[in-house]
Each structure stands twice: as C-alpha cells, then as structure tokens.
Design a protein around this ligand. Structure first.
Ligand code: AMP
Length: 249
C-alpha cells in the first residue's frame, strides 16, 4: 500500500507572527519555518502504517518555493521514503494545491493520501476536502484514529458532540486532527540518512495545472490590542459601569 503525505511549509507555531509595515502580507523575513503541525501528524501516521507492515512506501509532497525541500527532508528524516516538490513561486490557494495534488495522485496512484486538517498559516481547512472531490476518492476528515483492514480505512472523526467512525473504500483521503498521534522527533542519524533519499521536482506546468490565484489579499492586520480590565469593589459599582460605561444594560 502506497501512502502520499502532503507537508506544508509554514511559520513555526512558536513564532509570534507580525504583518509587514505596509500591511501587504505577513512578514516572513528571518522567521523560523517548519512543517505545519497537522502535516507532521500526517507523516507520523503514514510512518506508523509502514512500521506495522500495512504501508509499503511513504511519499512526502510539498508545493511551493524551492525552500520547501527543507520540510520534505524533515518528513524523510521522520521516516518517509522519498519526496516530491512541486516548485512554484505563486502564492497557492487550496484549490490550486488540490489540483496539483490530484496531478500527483494520477501519477503515483496512492492507496491513501494523508493531509493535515488545516494549515496553521492560512487556516483554510479546505485542501483535503477539495482533493477528495476532484479525485472522487472517499474522505475521512478530522481523524483521531485510522485503522486499515480488509481493504478499507476505518476512520474515527472528531465531530461536534463526540466521535464518528466511517468506513472508507480505498483509495481515500484522510485529514489529521490533533489527537491522532504524537509525532516523533527526527534523530540525527535519520536526518543524515534523509539527505540521501530521492527527492524529485515537478512544476505546475508539467502537471497541467494553472495555479494563478483567484483570490487577492487586500491587507493583513494584527488583532486589536486588548484593553486592560478594571476591578470593581461592589456589585452595585459593576452594574453602574455596565450601564454607563459599557452600555450593555
Ligand atoms: P489548508 O486547506 O490550506 O488549511 O491545508 C490543509 C492541508 O493541505 C495541509 O495540512 C497540508 O497537508 C495540505 N497543504 C496545503 N497547502 C499545501 C502546500 N503548499 N504543500 C503541501 N501540502 C499542502
């Protein structure tokens, strides 16, 4: 069974993001970049499937600038077998990503595609669903457990109010939720070994996909600063302030 994992390069989750001074975008100058945390969980799940003897090959895919190779190498150090970079300098929207991944699915014919439920930079939560729709594959989103048996994927999903288990025909698209697993750290020997693993590069043109963005970003602003609170001595004072200052009563 072949597993394809999509890994996105994003600002590290420990970094406090700041807009550029002209508000045109997030400032990425000298900012630490990492694999999107949900994609790290996706890699871990694929590697565990390989360790269990369920998967035979894990292929990590990233789409974006050449530097995305770093995140593919991290996925290789965590246990993926080979990588594919779709290189483009275009700012990719989820639909373009889904179309490019569809192109790779057609080339690679994986039995399972695992993506993060969302990328923590744009918070779209769209790509997995779009990929499933474009390819006609079954989908199990927000997975907290994935079991492959009898040629099917049993996916436990985190939904409002509890857990839902769905049985998917393969090939299928699964997106990861936080509780699916706890990703391992890459060991130094594995980081060294990852440098020798194969990494192919493709272009959107080779996959026949027009990645021109249909969405224009108008501005990026930090959230409004929270005002300091005040302490009141009595309930009467609170009610008074709610009436006269907050004007909510
Ligand atoms: P999103 O729909 O943008 O929130 O992203 C959901 C998931 O799609 C991510 O966790 C990745 O697995 C995948 N994805 C989105 N953009 C990219 C990208 N540029 N390269 C690789 N994977 C991506």
């Amino acid at each position: 069974m072949k597993v394809l994992v999509a890994v996105k390069r994003v600002v590290d989750y420990n970094v406090k993001v700041r807009p550029k001074s002209d508000g045109s975008d997030v400032d990425l100058a000298n900012v630490k970049m990492s694999i999107n945390p949900f994609c790290e969980i996706a890699v871990e799940e694929a590697v565990r499937l390989k360790e269990k003897g369920v998967a035979t090959e894990v292929v990590a895919v990233s789409l974006g600038e050449k530097v995305c190779q770093e995140q593919i190498r991290t996925a290789l150090a965590l246990g993926a077998d080979r990588g594919i970079l779709v290189e483009t300098s275009e700012k990719l929207q989820p639909l373009a990503v889904a179309k490019l991944l569809k192109g790779i699915v057609e080339k690679e014919s994986p039995d399972l595609v695992i993506l993060g439920k969302q990328a923590i930079d744009d918070d779209n939560n769209q790509t997995g669903q779009m990929l499933a729709a474009l390819t006609g594959m079954s989908q199990g989103t927000f997975a907290s457990e994935v079991v492959i048996e009898d040629g099917k994927a049993q996916v436990t999903r985190e939904i409002d109010g509890g857990l839902q288990t769905v049985s998917l025909n393969l090939p299928a698209v699964v997106t990861t939720d936080l509780r699916l697993n706890e990703p391992r750290y890459a060991s130094l020997p594995n980081i060294m070994k990852a440098k020798k693993k194969p990494l192919d590069t493709l272009t959107p043109e080779e996959l026949g996909v027009d990645v021109t963005s249909k969405v224009k970003m108008l501005s990026v602003e930090p959230p409004a600063e929270r005002q300091a609170g005040v302490k009141v001595e009595t309930v009467a004072e609170l009610v008074e302030k709610l009436k006269t200052e907050a004007k909510v009563l």
